[in-house]
Write a protein that binds this ligand. Structure first.
Ligand code: ADP
Length: 484
């Protein structure tokens, strides 16, 4: 603002000075020309008197800086101080013509004999002849150049002064505005024109303050809601956990009661012991899964910086599950990118080796568990442009469409007793979903009852990043796989 006021004021000052200077110069020019004519006129009248008395001898005796021409009534040159041989008729020139007509005449033009701009003054004598005096305009201009130099210096000084004045004006105008405290606007301000602006400021300040209060309120409400939701989920989870733990414990308690009564024969004792073993296995699996999901909830597992070869993780998982699959005649096939020698090439993603193996185990275990005897499981790994994907496809019992989203909920099973018989905890897919989330991976499911299920995990990677990262030694990839 100060800058703008300064520029405009300064520009105005400069313009006024330049225009005044130009006007002054024009007036001065006019005055100098008039003065020059006045001098010529004075000299001409002296020469006229002299000529009338002394004739040509008088003219020849004169010593003057100006050119003197004596012209006859018919325009013929009787005498010329600068050009004695001049014969051209001068009657046609304005100043001579005017002098013959009115007694005197003047004009500025290029001289016929020289090329310079010249001032002429002609005066009619009593005998009808004309005395003409002339002088080059350059002589007048020389006098003017001193004047114009002085004018220029004066203007320059005035421009400097006007710059200082403009600066002071700009500062004085802008100061009250610059010093205005927007947090504490004055009741009345130095410029009534600004009152409206000040009022708008006040309004906006109030608006912003009330919006901030509203936002804070909304944030608190959202946090409260979130806390309530989390509390509800925790209570629900605790209730479910208690319920899930109670079932195998009640069974174990019942079998132990029977064994303790001493009423069972040896065969029954062995059967009950087997039942207790199975139920306690379920309990261990359940507790392990609960620990895992609690760790994920609390963000206790660090996931970010490892480079994991998912081909190796998948192969290790298959090796663990192969005996269980063999028992039911289920074949597990790994399809992964191969090199020229037929061996699998590594496919690296950035994530947690521990969580990735956990996910693969749960998905492959489900593909075997919920398969028909003699069925197939295909584990396929592919690198795509922006991600690496692994899919677990089975030819098993499938999941009805209505249940496909729900199976990712904690403790949700399509067929509770079937899952229990197979040793399921109802937590496997929720661990998969949660583990995928913390590694920025996504999970997709396709399933049709009695046809089979395919669950695909997409691990996003930046190929350049993944290539740039140094692949960890094979040993470091062999994290412990804890069955759920
Ligand atoms: P569970 O320990 O019971 O297997 P999950 O969370 O792993 O728990 O799976 C939840 C439910 O989803 C299972 O009980 C089962 O009904 C269904 N399910 C999961 N995977 C498959 C699959 N590959 N084929 C058919 N049903 C499946």
């Amino acid at each position: 603002m100060t800058k703008k006021i300064f520029s405009y004021t300064f520009l105005l000052g400069v313009m006024v000075l330049l225009i005044s200077g130009a006007i002054f110069f024009c007036l001065q020019y006019r005055q100098t020309i008039d003065d020059a004519y006045e001098t010529l006129r004075g000299e001409a009248s002296c020469v006229k008197s002299g000529v009338m008395i002394g004739g040509i001898e008088y003219l020849e005796s004169l010593d003057t800086k100006n050119r003197i021409t004596w012209i006859g009534a018919d325009g013929s040159v009787l005498y010329d101080s600068d050009y004695p041989d001049l014969t051209a008729n001068q009657g046609g020139f304005k100043e001579v013509h005017q002098a013959l007509e009115t007694g005197s005449g003047s004009g500025i033009r290029r001289s016929s004999s020289g090329r310079a701009q010249t001032m002429y003054y002609g005066l009619l004598c009593g005998d009808g002849t004309v005395v003409r005096l002339s002088r080059p305009v350059s002589a007048v201009r020389r006098a003017l150049s001193v004047v114009s130099f002085m004018i220029s210096v004066t203007i320059l000084v005035l421009i400097l002064i006007s710059a200082l004045i403009a600066f002071r004006i700009a500062k004085t105008i802008a100061q009250p505005i610059n010093e205005m405290d927007l947090d504490d606007l004055p009741e009345s301000n130095p410029y009534p024109e600004l009152q409206q602006l000040v009022e708008r400021f006040e309004e906006q300040k109030e608006e912003i303050a009330s919006q901030a209060v509203e936002r804070e309120q909304l944030r608190r409400e959202a946090m409260e809601q979130q806390a309530q939701e989390q509390g509800r989920m925790r209570r629900e989870f605790s209730a479910n956990v208690s319920h899930e733990l109670k079932t195998p414990l009640t069974s174990i308690n019942g079998f132990a009661e029977l064994m303790r009564s001493g009423l069972c024969d040896e065969e029954k004792m062995i059967e009950f012991a087997g039942d207790i073993y199975r139920e306690s296995q379920r309990l261990i699996a359940l507790v392990n899964d609960i620990i895992r999901i609690s760790e994920l909830d609390e963000g206790a597992i660090h996931t970010t910086t490892e480079k994991v070869d998912i081909v190796k993780a998948a192969q290790d998982t298959i090796d663990i599950l192969q005996p269980a699959a063999d028992k039911r005649g289920i074949s597990i096939t790994l399809q992964a990118p191969c090199g020229e020698d037929g061996s699998c090439l590594p496919v690296r993603v950035v994530g947690s080796d521990y969580l990735i193996r956990e996910m693969f185990y749960n998905l492959c275990d489900n593909a075997v568990k919920y398969n028909h005897d003699g069925g197939d499981v295909f584990v396929t790994i592919r690198e795509e442009e922006k991600d690496a994907l692994i899919s677990f496809s089975d030819t098993g019992i499938g999941i009805p469409e209505a249940e496909q989203d729900r199976v990712f909920e904690r403790f949700y099973r399509v067929d509770k007793s079937h899952s229990r018989t197979l040793g399921g905890t109802g937590l496997g897919l929720s661990i998969v979903k949660h583990a995928a989330q913390v590694q920025n991976a996504t999970v997709e499911m396709e399933s049709a009852p009695d046809k089979g299920t395919t669950i695909t995990v997409h691990f996003p990677f930046d190929r350049e990043d993944a290539d740039a990262l140094e692949f960890a030694a094979d040993e470091s990839m062999q994290g412990a796989l804890i069955p759920s």
